[in-house]
Design a protein around this ligand. Structure first.
Ligand code: GLU
Length: 389
């Protein structure tokens, strides 16, 4: 059988593959400490579940508009105005199958052969692949632990060519947990606006998960010119522990939303109708449930950062947001794939090799998992590193 060439252009998603492997091992009765996919361990808040159940009882089981239920689009626009200071109306929004599909759809909408997309590295592993699947060229810009894993305005300026179409900004970042300060966001906006056409997609899926003094500024809120150049992507998976619901969204100038709706009309159609009613409840009710989860993540972050950083030969980047710990393993002399494979085989600890995020000298731990797992997993990790001597 001859498959389409595009299939060979991308590897399988390693976050999904390793978390599936960890879950399969657990199903076999193996005691695996999984730090693989970024999936909060909390149940979806009860009022969200109730709203979806009521929607089912009320017959919200039919096709809806491809761009999403009007009530949800209104709620999203209100949220973006109130919380993010983004001047969007319902017509500027589209509900998508998870935040992931908002990004995939956007690449299909904007990118074609010859277009370059600037992506700071390390990056969430699906960004470059989505660009390639759309026929474009990812342009990776290396950042380092020393500069806080953040692209500088000078680096961005240097990466821009006449072919540059889009810049991918992800703050708080997956996989590093880096958060750009409002000043840093404004400085990047200056560089984008100095170009005559560059657009930015701001992946804000982790916006609520911040620690200490870290602050989130949506780049589209910098000024009205910037809003015209911005596509804001977000979703409910991480903030409201709704990973399996597959409800995300994008907000952008109407022309882009109309085009994305066209792509959606020929691909996914509407997102699961009754799931959208859960999302309305998530937006329109108290956000205390989010704050409670963030408080738990903050405790786990302090613990895992200090405990892993204390292990000889490992050095950690202290995350200001999201729920990932990015760990430099260079001193072990191993590549990230070999390290993660052996760690899983011998100690039953699952982590994601940094090579998937563009840096083979690191591995990623998701600490969106319970404290007992974190404590036991770190203990086994220390044993593993000790055994390498
Ligand atoms: N975004 C999460 C992660 O990086 C979920 C898995 C995925 O979609 O990649 O672990």
């Amino acid at each position: 059988m001859k498959l389409a060439a595009r299939v060979d252009r991308v590897p399988p998603s390693m976050t999904l593959a390793i978390s599936a492997k960890a879950k399969a091992m657990q199903a076999e009765g193996i005691d695996v400490c999984s730090f693989s996919a970024g999936e909060p361990d909390f149940p979806t808040p009860a009022h969200v579940v109730e709203a979806a159940k009521t929607a089912l009882d009320n017959g919200k089981t039919r096709y809806g508009p491809a761009a999403g239920e009007p009530e949800l689009r209104e709620a999203i626009a209100r949220k973006l105005q109130k919380e993010n200071n983004l001047d969007y109306q319902a017509e500027n929004t589209i509900v998508t199958n998870g935040g992931k599909y908002s990004l995939f759809n956007l690449m299909q909408t904007l990118i074609e052969e010859g277009d370059e997309v600037i992506i700071p590295s390390p990056y969430w592993l699906s960004y470059p692949e989505m660009v390639k699947l759309a026929g474009g060229t990812p342009v990776l810009v290396d950042t380092s632990m020393e500069n806080g894993y953040k692209i500088t305005p000078e680096q961005l300026e240097k990466a821009i060519t006449p072919q540059s179409k889009l810049f991918v900004l992800n703050s708080p970042s997956n996989p590093t947990g880096a958060v750009y300060s409002p000043e840093e966001i404004r400085a990047l906006a200056d560089v984008i606006l100095a170009d005559d056409k560059l657009l930015v997609v701001s992946d804000e899926i982790y916006e609520k998960i911040l620690y200490g003094d870290a602050k989130h500024l949506s780049i589209g809120a910098v000024n009205p010119q910037m809003l015209e150049r911005t596509i804001t992507s977000n979703g409910f998976a991480k903030s409201h522990s709704m990973t399996g619901w597959r409800v995300g969204y994008a907000a952008a100038p109407v022309e882009i939303i109309k085009a994305m709706t066209k792509i959606q009309g020929h691909s996914t159609s509407n997102v699961c109708t009754f799931a959208q009613y859960g999302a309305i409840a998530a937006l329109d009710s108290s956000q205390d449930c989010v704050a409670e989860m963030v408080e738990a993540f903050a405790k786990r972050r302090t613990y895992i950062y200090e405990a892993v950083d204390a292990i000889p030969k490992l050095s950690c980047f202290k995350p200001d947001g999201a729920f990932y710990l990015y760990v430099d393993i260079s001193q072990t002399g191993m590549g990230s794939l070999e390290f993660c494979e052996k760690l899983l085989e011998t100690k039953h600890v699952a982590a994601i090799p940094g090579v998937a995020f563009g840096t083979d000298n690191c591995i990623r731990f998701s600490y969106a998992t319970g404290m007992p797992t974190i404590e036991e997993g770190v203990r086994r990790l220390a044993e593993f590193v000790d055994s390498l001597k």
